[in-house]
Design a binder for this molecule. Structure first.
Ligand code: NAD
Length: 353
């Protein structure tokens, strides 16, 4: 048999997979616990109509591992996990389905803590919460993570500017923000306050006009954003926008944004950016404000604490950039190494118990 499941788990050393099925509610889900060395595995639940089960399995394995790295490099006492519910989020949702899913989460005894992800609403999580307390991001709790995420991105961007331009003052610097949704708009507000020259693009015309008017940002076309002569490119919409095509056009010397999985192929494009002298701030570290906000909810910490923790992204970025330069290794690789090193070190601390 090609790619048997347990063999796939051993590829990246996943601890546990829970396959969930319930004919009565139509629930089909997979919960992946990648690593719990640092603490309970935290990661959202995604509802998506996958073409087949293998696609769902690949997604949950990849995403849960990503959460381990994000939580580790952010200095949080959390492991990495993720869940996928296989189905159409517009047609197959019900209270019963989410409560049944909540029972599966509860069966893991706190080893996995869930949250909202693509296709899931706060209402869905309220249903999950009826069967388990291992849920964060509920209405009325830690709230919208976007301001914290945007603040972390802004901090990392400033640290990269310090390295690239010798100053972290962004006044007069040209920044292209792709996507002015939740995170993008907050980021634009920080940049405008510091008198940066901000270019914005979005597929949603109304958001574009509103943000442009509110912060004096300059509207550019969807593809034009890759051509603009700017200092910093901040992808805050989609993944994989750093690719063979855009790297031929981008004129920036820093890439720092909130989007997940910005590099189409990290080994190829991470290396190209290093050769071109473009500083790439690794996305999973830079956009950790969202999970920092969740962690504050788990631990009962304040929103001030979350903003303070997001501010540490400045120092983490500096550390990554210095080590990348000293070792002559792309930044994404250094970030992965740093995440792995913390798990290893804390794993050793925990052993003697
Ligand atoms: P959002 O949906 O609120 O905003 C995304 C914006 O991008 C929307 O306004 C959308 O119209 C626009 N967009 C879509 N396609 C586009 C295109 N081709 N060109 C330009 N704009 C386009 O999402 P968000 O919460 O602001 O998150 C932005 C990104 O950051 C996502 O990739 C998300 O996964 C990531 N992220 C968000 C958080 C958070 O706290 N919200 C945390 C970590 C990572």
């Amino acid at each position: 048999m090609e790619n048997p499941v347990v063999e796939r788990m051993s590829e990246y050393n996943h601890e546990q997979l829970l396959f969930c099925n319930d004919n009565a509610t139509g629930l089909k889900a997979i919960i992946a616990v990648h690593n719990t060395t640092l603490g309970p595995a935290l990661g959202g639940t995604r509802m998506w109509q996958y073409n087949n089960e293998l696609e769902a399995l690949n997604d949950v394995l990849r995403l849960s591992r990503g959460m381990t790295y994000k939580n580790s490099i952010s200095g949080l006492n959390l492991g990495g996990g993720k869940a996928v519910i296989i189905g159409d989020s517009r047609k197959q949702k019900s209270e019963a389905l989410f409560r049944r899913f909540g029972k599966f989460v509860e069966s893991l005894g706190g080893k996995y803590i869930t949250a909202e992800d693509v296709g899931i609403s706060p209402q869905d999580m309220t249903w999950v919460n009826m069967e388990t307390n291992n849920v964060v991001g509920l209405p009325g709790k830690s709230g919208d993570p976007s301001p914290v995420t945007a603040y972390g991105v802004y901090m990392g961007m400033k640290a990269a500017a310090k390295k690239q331009f010798g100053t972290d003052n962004l006044a007069g610097k040209k920044v292209a923000v792709q996507g002015v949704g939740h995170v993008g708009e907050y980021l634009v507000s920080y940049l405008a306050k510091e008198n940066a020259i901000v270019y914005i693009s979005d597929i949603h015309e109304a958001s574009l006009q509103r943000v442009s008017k509110k912060y004096g940002a300059i509207v550019v076309g969807l593809d034009e954003i890759y051509e603009k002569d700017v200092d910093i490119y901040a992808p805050c919409a989609l993944g994989a926008t750093v690719n063979d095509f855009t790297l031929d056009h981008l004129k920036c010397s820093i890439i720092a944004g909130a989007a997940n999985n910005q590099l189409a192929d990290e080994t190829v494009h991470g290396e190209i950016m290093k050769e071109k002298g473009i500083i790439y701030v690794p996305d999973f570290m830079l956009n950790a404000g969202g999970v920092i906000n969740c962690y504050a909810e788990v631990k009962g910490l304040s929103s001030e604490w979350a903003m303070g923790k997001a501010e540490e992204i400045y120092q983490t970025t500096t550390n990554i950039l210095e080590r990348s330069q000293a070792d002559n290794v792309p930044t994404y690789k250094i970030a992965n190494q740093m995440a792995e090193e913390r798990i290893e070190a804390i794993g050793r601390v925990k052993l003697p118990m």
